[in-house]
Every structure is written in structure tokens, then in C-alpha cells.
Design a protein around this ligand. Structure first.
Ligand code: ATP
Length: 483
């Protein structure tokens, strides 16, 4: 378990400690848009850097790209987003509130199960599972809502509009003159920036199939129901990799990436028991997918997707070939054959990943009758990795502590702190997830040239020589395991 009853605890901690703030908060906030504060931005960069290193630098056949958010409008025609990137929405006529029809039904199922009405819950779940091919999904969902008399959660009314499909892309004006302005979309996924650069990369880099292109960047979706903090945002960040393979080898590549990506989640310290795969049933696959699986995390709001792994077949390249008129096939010189590669995609939301890390790290413990709140995250992710303290604000101790800070800062993110009692300083950094604290005391300068290193997870302390600090931290990071 994540040791959490609800997301509210994380929302409060994230705000109080400067991880995540609501956007434009002084104006009342903007719904489903968030800003990262001083600790949040460090955590975000750490995760992003680890992902980048693992996905590109550690794979000699994966290269990076950084495509623009704005793309030619035809891209979204080719990808199917203009036609099919919709969510089913329904409005409560009385409160004028809008809901995502499928989520409304899911919430009703959860409530029924909570109230012990398991049979009814299972019956509606079955209807939901078998609802709709994409064409009649709206009608199927509407029928479920009406036939089961599902009421609006906020007003309690049973006065619904029809279910309508709502396109999730943001459209904006483009260019200074009206002749230029056809309107462009803010990209709803980063993947298409990879597909439209596939040919450029093939022609200019020494890659050959199988190879991958990785990208991190912002994506925008006008989500119908935007709630649950950074789990579902209207502006968010994705880390995606498209792996181009020869048709026929796609199933193996898909299985391989499934395995690799699950290991990655464990490698950043997420506890194994809180991770699982959830396969998409064949009849619910997105229009481009031959196979799809979610890596799910056990959030306080239930098991939810953090990452999607998809076999996208040759759908995207074929579509772009058709609409652009440019050849996007691949010539395999060794075997003298030509084909349009298949694509295995791994797509993870950076913000959801951050939420997962915070939830998994969060612990409340009782220490000497007092509550200790601590984020036991992987030391490589910690926004502040090392705290350096002089025991008291005294010349002599301060200089040694500053010297340690200056040496460590070349390799780690370090916070010098001399205010408040040592206990308070530990607690502050426990809440920030800092794995190591170094304290310089009078013995350090008068007798033994040693400092106290204190470990966040079990609060154990040991005295180590000044010249062994860097080594102790390195070993501490290497040996760290989630507890
Ligand atoms: P969901 O089913 O939760 O709407 P999705 O299946 O539409 O997600 P994908 O299109 O596969 O998601 O996007 C890949 C990843 O991007 C997701 O696994 C998720 O981590 C992230 N993501 C998608 N939508 C959002 C959002 N609105 N806010 C934050 N992260 C998101």
C-alpha cells in the first residue's frame, strides 16, 4: 500500500513543501493546470533525466528529438485525432455540470460495491465492458446511465442531456494575417513529432531498423473531467519512445519493451507490489493499435495507468505517407527488401510518474510519540540529496560545513541549513525526501575529524571521517532499496 488513504494528503504536502502549486492560484486557479515549485522542479528534472539516460544514452540504437508543440494541421488528420480523439460527455441539465459518461458509470459501480451491492455493480460493469465499438459508444453509455437511473453526483438530479463526443484537442489561431490563419492544434501527444521526423532522422543519423526515437515534452488535452490533481491535467508532459521494427518482429519487440519498462519503474524505487500490467482487451483497442497494455500503479484512487505500451503497427507512417505524399518506407540493404516499419511505443506521463513517486514514498511514522512525515524516495530522485548542518551557528563549525557543501555540490544537490534544532532540520528534510544529512559538531573540529551521517529511511546515524563522506553517500545510493 502507498500508506495513503486519499490523494488529499499528497496535495497538501505538495503545496506546503513547494512541490506543486495550482496554476495562477492568486486568481483562484486554473482548473487542471499545475506549476512545479522549487522541490517539484528538481524532482521532475531528476525523473526526466533518468528516463532520458535510460532510454537514449543506455541504448545505442535509440536517438532523441525535440519537436515543436505546433505542427501542420494535416498531422492530426493523418493520426486520426481530428476524427477520433473524443471523450463521451454528458451534462446534468440542472447543475450544468459536465461529466465523462464512462467515468460517471465507473464511479457508480465503485459506490455500489462500497455499499455492498456487489451483484448490481458487477451487472453494470459487464454492460460497461461490452459497451460500444467506437461508433455507438455514446449511445451505449447513455443507455447504461438511463436504464440504471444513475444520478448526477453533485446535484443528485436525474436530468441528463444525450451523451456527445467531445474532441479533446485545443485549437488556436496561428499567424498574424487571416490568410495565414488556418488554426493549429496544441499537440495532444508527443508521438506525432517523432513520426514526422522519422525520415529526417533516418537520412541524417546512422540508425538502422530496429531503432528508436525518444522525446519528452508538453502535450495538451481539453479533458472533460479534470480532477485528481496532476493525475489528469489539461497541460502535461509526456516521455515517449517509438521503436521502429521490421513487420513480423513486432510481437517480440512489444514483449521486450513491456519487460524493460516494468523494470524501469522498479529501478526508480517503486515498490513491486504497487505495480501491475493491465492488458487492453482486443475489442477496446485504440484505432491505431494491434496490442496495448498499461503499466498501472496502485494510487489512493485505485489502480490507474501511468504508462502505456502499444504496438502501433505501421498505422502512423502509412497514414503520413498517404497524406504527405512522401515515401516513408525503409530499405533494408542487408536483405535487399523494402517495408514500412512497425512501431512499438512506450508512453509515460511525467506528471503521473511524479504523483506515483510521491504516493509510493509517502510514510507517516510515529517516533517518540510524535508523527514523522517522510518521503522515502529513491536517493537519485530526491530534490535535495544531502543536508549539511553545523550543529550550532558557530564559527568553526560553519566553515567546515560550508566546505563539505562546496565539495558535495559538484555531484549532488545539497542544502546547507543552520536554523532551528537539529531535530527540526531533520524533519524538514524528511518531508522533502532528503536521504542523507551530515552534521558537523565540536568533536569534528576539536578531536576526531568525523561527522555524523544520518540516514532518512531508518533514521540510523553513524560517525564517519570527513574524507569518507562522498564514499558513504555513493554507497548509500547504490545500496538503497525501497522499505
Ligand atoms: P487515460 O486513459 O488516463 O486518459 P490515455 O490512455 O489517454 O490516458 P495515453 O494517450 O496512452 O493516455 O498517454 C500516455 C500517458 O500520458 C498516460 O499513460 C499518462 O501517464 C499520460 N497522460 C495522458 N493524459 C494525461 C493527462 N490528462 N494528464 C496527465 N497525464 C496524462
Amino acid at each position: 500500500m502507498s500508506n495513503l488513504d486519499s490523494l488529499d494528503t499528497i496535495v497538501s504536502l505538495a503545496k506546503a513543501r513547494g512541490f506543486i502549486f495550482q496554476s495562477s492560484e492568486i486568481y483562484g486557479g486554473l482548473s487542471a493546470v499545475y506549476d512545479y515549485g522549487p522541490l517539484g522542479v528538481e524532482l521532475k528534472r531528476n525523473i526526466q533525466n533518468i528516463w532520458w539516460k535510460d532510454m537514449t544514452q543506455r541504448h545505442e540504437n535509440i536517438v532523441g528529438v525535440d519537436a515543436a508543440v505546433f505542427m501542420h494541421p494535416k498531422v492530426w488528420e493523418a493520426s486520426g485525432h481530428i476524427e477520433g480523439f473524443n471523450d463521451p460527455m454528458i451534462d446534468d441539465k440542472q447543475s450544468k455540470k459536465r461529466y465523462r459518461a464512462d467515468m460517471l458509470i465507473e464511479d457508480c459501480i465503485l459506490n455500489l460495491a462500497k455499499d455492498g451491492k456487489k451483484e448490481k455493480a458487477a451487472e453494470i460493469q459487464e454492460l460497461l465492458n461490452t459497451s460500444g465499438t467506437r461508433k455507438n459508444l455514446a449511445k451505449d453509455l447513455y443507455d447504461i446511465i438511463i436504464e440504471n437511473e444513475i444520478k448526477a453526483p453533485d446535484s443528485g438530479a436525474f436530468d441528463w442531456t444525450e451523451v456527445r463526443q467531445f474532441n479533446l484537442m485545443f485549437k488556436t489561431a496561428f499567424g498574424a494575417t487571416s490568410s495565414e490563419d488556418d488554426g493549429v492544434y496544441l499537440r495532444p501527444e508527443t508521438a506525432q513529432g517523432i513520426f514526422v521526423n522519422y525520415k529526417n532522422i533516418l537520412d541524417t543519423s546512422r540508425v538502422s531498423v530496429p531503432f528508436g526515437i525518444a522525446q519528452t515534452g508538453k502535450a495538451f488535452r481539453n479533458e472533460v473531467v479534470a480532477r485528481q490533481f496532476v493525475f489528469r491535467m489539461r497541460e502535461f508532459e509526456q516521455m515517449e519512445m517509438q521503436y521502429f521494427v521490421e513487420p513480423g518482429t513486432d510481437s517480440n519487440a512489444y514483449a521486450l519493451w513491456k519487460k524493460k519498462r516494468l523494470s524501469w519503474h522498479k529501478s526508480i524505487g517503486i515498490r513491486e507490489e504497487n505495480l501491475r500490467f493491465s492488458d487492453h482487451p482486443k475489442d477496446k483497442l485504440a484505432h491505431y493499435a494491434l496490442a496495448a497494455v498499461d503499466v498501472q500503479y496502485k494510487f489512493p484512487i485505485g489502480w490507474q495507468e501511468v504508462e502505456g505500451i502499444h504496438n502501433r503497427s505501421d498505422f502512423d507512417l502509412t497514414q503520413h505517407q498517404k497524406l504527405s505524399g512522401k515515401k516513408l518506407d525503409y530499405f533494408d540493404q542487408k536483405n535487399n527488401k523494402r517495408y514500412v516499419p512497425y512501431v512499438i511505443e512506450t508512453s509515460i506521463g511525467l506528471d503521473r510518474c511524479i504523483l506515483m513517486v510521491l504516493c509510493d514514498a509517502y510514510r507517516e511514522e510515529e517516533v517518540n510519540g510524535e508523527k514523522r512525515t517522510v518521503l522515502k524516495m529513491h536517493p537519485e530522485l530526491a530534490p535535495i540529496q544531502v543536508g549539511v548542518f553545523p550543529l550550532v551557528k558557530k564559527s568553526g563549525l560553519q566553515e567546515v560545513a560550508r566546505k563539505i557543501e562546496a565539495e558535495l555540490i559538484e555531484h549532488y544537490s545539497v542544502r546547507y541549513d543552520e536554523t532551528g534544532s537539529i531535530g527540526k532540520r531533520y524533519r524538514r528534510l524528511d518531508e522533502a525526501g532528503t536521504p542523507f544529512c551530515i552534521t558537523v559538531d565540536f568533536d569534528t573540529i576539536e578531536t576526531d575529524n568525523k561527522v555524523t551521517i544520518r540516514y532518512r529511511d531508518d533514521m540510523s546515524q553513524e560517525r564517519i571521517p570527513l574524507n569518507k563522506i562522498a564514499y558513504a553517500i555513493k554507497e548509500g545510493i547504490k545500496d538503497w532499496k525501497p522499505s
